[in-house]
Design a binder for this molecule. Structure first.
Ligand SMILES: C[S@@+](CC[C@H](N)C(=O)[O-])C[C@H]1O[C@@H](n2cnc3c(N)ncnc32)[C@H](O)[C@@H]1O
Length: 455
């Protein structure tokens, strides 16, 4: 038997298959990749695994139609067949070569008896794949590799944009940086990038959300993703990686110097860091998150950027556990959500989410919003956001909240097109959709203020 060391491509494919099987078993792709070990081939493993996960719901019915008992297969062999089918369908590798590599990968997975089956199934796919996919692609959900329930929900919410959203969800996302112009001007940084051979341009619409005309923030879109270690000034804190839609939170919060600001769901800390970087003077930021491990990432990121905040592992729904009783003038609620706006970055969402998750998430979002609002000073502003494309988690939550809270009302803030190109004004709030004119992830924002009267 040949070992994985003798065929590097097979070793990579086998590792990717393990990652895919782990995701199908219910773990996130980030966790599965982290558990798959380090090494120079991690980037290749990642590319194959994420590509297979992205197209899983199209590839699976094709492979399963060629198997007598798909459920009888070892999960890693099933995942290997899908990873090989992904290479045949979506890469430039010669399909014949993929068959050989997959057979070796079955051995590398210590399943030598599966090698013959892998060979037979992939050869049948090779012979008949055009007709097979033509038949399967008749259904939109399969053609775009999305779960049917999600296609239904998106079609109800955004009938005219459905095709664009589904297509954009399957594209590779751009790498966007948030520049800290206190450390480096946009012009200087573009020159730094050019000097490092990294092609990039400014997110030119970024100025729209600036309430005080402050030249902030400055999004920089790279033509091709690069490892962060290769970015000029990354370890010195000149830049952070953050999609342009997420860069709208801080300007909407609009914190002034000296304000007490709460980031109620703060980890891993992109928006907390931005709040600190973008305030025109020092603010007093309390950053809490229920997940102590994720909070460590926030602390690391603030240390890299040299930014001060009081960080606490706490549940926002239990304010007694962290609150000193002094109200906050600004609150950001970046609520835990389905992530259906960021599928292009996290294709595993298509496999991991269930339709029953959505009402559970919405109930929790409302509870978090209500608890956070309780800590807001009269006259203060709260920004609620999610990276969900589903109204149930967005305006559905905020509308219910506004009905119940007599001291809450929509705050005046840039909305719709005034916030970002193609952004949709909702009642209440603004929705950015993946595939929209701004080229961002899908995001929802609502700005709420607490009146000084009413109970
Ligand atoms: C969308 S993420 C926040 C991302 C973060 N704002 C950023 O920009 O990096 C939502 C976060 O809410 C946290 N969370 C969930 N339920 C919570 C609760 N009841 N109290 C506080 N944090 C909570 C999760 O652990 C998760 O880190």
């Amino acid at each position: 038997l040949r070992g994985p060391g003798e065929n590097p491509a097979a070793a990579v494919l086998a590792r990717a298959a393990r990652v895919v099987a782990t995701v199908v078993g219910g773990r996130s792709a980030d966790d599965a990749l982290a558990a798959s070990g380090e090494g120079s081939r991690l980037a290749a493993v990642r590319a194959i695994a994420l590509g297979t996960v992205r197209w899983y719901l199209r590839l699976e019915p094709a492979i399963d139609s060629l198997l007598e008992r798909p459920r009888g297969l070892a999960p890693e062999i099933h995942a290997l067949l899908l990873a090989a089918a992904h290479q045949m369908e979506y890469s430039r590798v010669a399909p014949e070569l993929t068959v050989h590599t997959a057979v070796d990968a079955a051995r590398a997975l210590r399943q030598p008896r599966a090698a013959a089956l892998v060979n037979a199934v992939l050869r049948r796919l090779l012979a008949g794949r055009q007709a097979l996919f033509a038949r399967l692609d008749a259904e939109l959900a399969t053609r775009t590799a999305h779960p049917r329930w999600l296609v239904e929900k998106l079609s109800q919410a955004w009938p005219e944009r459905l095709g664009t959203i589904l297509e954009a969800n399957n594209l590779h996302p751009p790498m966007v940086l948030r520049l800290n112009p206190r450390r480096r001007s946009a012009k200087q940084y573009l020159a730094d990038l050019a000097g490092a051979g990294i092609a990039a341009s400014l997110v030119e619409w970024g100025e729209r959300a600036r309430p005080h005309g402050v030249p902030w923030p400055v999004g920089v879109r790279l033509e091709r993703p690069v490892p962060v270690a290769g970015l000029p000034g990354f370890s010195e804190g000149w830049v952070s990686v953050q999609d342009a839609a997420a860069q709208l939170a801080a300007p909407l919060v609009d914190a002034a110097p000296g304000m007490r600001v709460l980031d109620a769901c703060a980890a891993p800390g992109g928006k907390a860091a931005h709040l600190l970087e973008s305030a025109p003077g020092p603010i007093e930021l309390t950053a809490i998150d229920i997940d102590a491990r994720r909070l460590e990432r926030l602390e690391e990121s603030l240390a890299r950027l040299g930014l001060p905040a009081s960080c606490r592992a706490a549940d926002i729904r239990d304010p007694q556990s962290f609150w000193d009783g002094k109200p906050f003038e600004r609150v950001l609620v970046d609520a835990p959500c389905s992530g259906t706006g960021v599928i292009r970055r996290h294709p595993d969402i298509k496999l991991l989410r269930r339709p029953t998750d959505i009402p559970v998430l919405a109930r929790n979002q409302l509870a978090i919003l209500e608890a956070a609002f309780g800590l807001l000073a009269p006259g203060g502003r709260l920004v609620y956001c999610t990276c969900s494309a589903l109204p149930e988690e967005n305006e559905g939550v905020v509308a219910r909240f506004l009905e119940r809270q007599r001291q809450a009302r929509p705050a005046s803030a840039p909305a719709g097109e005034a916030l970002a190109p193609g952004a949709l004004e909702r009642n209440p709030g603004t929705q950015l959709l993946c595939g929209g004119a701004a080229g961002t992830d899908g995001f929802y924002y609502a700005c709420i203020e607490k009146t000084t009267t009413g109970t």
